[in-house]
Every structure is written in C-alpha cells, then in structure tokens.
Design a protein around this ligand. Sequence first.
Ligand SMILES: CC(C)(COP(=O)(O)OP(=O)(O)OC[C@H]1O[C@@H](n2cnc3c(N)ncnc32)[C@H](O)[C@@H]1OP(=O)(O)O)[C@@H](O)C(=O)NCCC(=O)NCCS
Length: 170
Amino acid sequence: MPGDPATVELKVRIREMSIDDLPHVYHIGENIFTVEYSATLYRTWDEYEITSLFNTDNELCLVAEMRDQIIGFALGTTVEKHHSAWKYGYLIWLGVRPDVQKLNIGERLFKEIKRRMKEMGARIIIIDTDADNSAAINFFKKQGFGNVEKHVYMSKNLGKSKKAPVKKHE
Ligand SMILES: CC(C)(COP(=O)(O)OP(=O)(O)OC[C@H]1O[C@@H](n2cnc3c(N)ncnc32)[C@H](O)[C@@H]1OP(=O)(O)O)[C@@H](O)C(=O)NCCC(=O)NCCS
C-alpha cells in the first residue's frame, strides 16, 4: 500500500550525495530550515553549508532517494577536540521532506550516518537543535540520545543604541 511505512522502507535508498543532488537538498532544506527555525542556531541553512560539507566530508553527506527523487538528507562531520582522545561525530543537518515525514526515512538516514561515523572512529555523536523542536527532540531520544545540555544564546543589537530614559523619583 503506498504510504505504508513497510512499502516505503523497500523503495527508499540511502546513498552518498552526488553533485547533482546539491540543488535538491538545498531546496528541501530551504523549506525546513526557515529563518524561524534557525533564529537561535548559530548556523544558517545556505548553499555554502552543503558545498563545504560536500567538499570536506563527502562520506558523511547522505541522501534518501525514492523513485528518482531526493526526499531527505543527513549532513555531518567529525570533530577532534584538544586534550581529548575521543573523536566525535557531529550530525549537523538532518531533514526529511515534509510530505514524507514520519515514515522512518529520518531513522534510516540516521542509522547510516551513525554507522559511517563509527567506522571513522567516532565514539560519541552530538547533535544540536532548538529547544522548541519537539519532533527532533523526540526523534533523537528514540535514537538513544540523552544528556540534554541546555545552552543560552544571547544577542546584542549593534545598531545605534537609544539611551534608556532616566526616570525621576518624585
Ligand atoms: C526530525 C526529522 C528529521 C525526523 O524525520 P522522520 O523521517 O519524519 O522521522 P522518523 O519517521 O524516522 O521517526 C522516527 C521517530 O522519531 C519520532 N518523531 C519523528 N517525527 C516526530 C514528530 N513530528 N513528533 C513527535 N515525534 C516524532 C518518533 O518517535 C518516531 O518514531 P515512531 O514513528 O515509532 O513514533 C523530521 O521531522 C524533519 O525533517 N524535521 C525538520 C528538520 C529538523 O528538525 N531536523 C533535526 C535537526 S537538524
């Protein structure tokens, strides 16, 4: 039955992203990672995100393909920190086209990128997402993520600042 997760499972192929996939991945991300989505993230979805990861971490740039159409992607990298013998896998962007979400495609992308990161020596995978993104938080919890650490993002407008009016005491 079309739409049945079991059927979709059979027809979806997870593979490495090729140069021809770049515009498709970009446009899916454009619909998902909107300005509102990334308001508090330090990364913004743009073409440089994809091209730079494609150049540096090709093995960790994956797409999900169904009937010759790109329907999702996972883009990651590995990170080695100073004073730490551990290598981290960092899943930077994971996105599934809205009309085919909740059909296990995200899970299949995640499992494949996790397998690859492990093969590359990563011992921990890190992700970050907005605190309001309950779909992603549920998703990652289901994949076994824990140790949620909250970060505080602050901003300061560098335009002309107006001095706050001085209140006179009566
Ligand atoms: C997060 C995202 C990638 C999940 O992809 P998906 O293919 O829809 O997820 P799956 O079908 O593999 O879901 C696996 C599990 O995740 C959880 N989950 C997924 N979407 C959910 C939602 N909208 N609400 C609550 N839980 C959700 C469920 O536990 C689900 O398991 P279940 O189907 O047995 O209940 C997708 O929602 C997405 O693209 N979101 C926008 C971009 C984003 O937030 N990316 C993550 C940070 S980079």
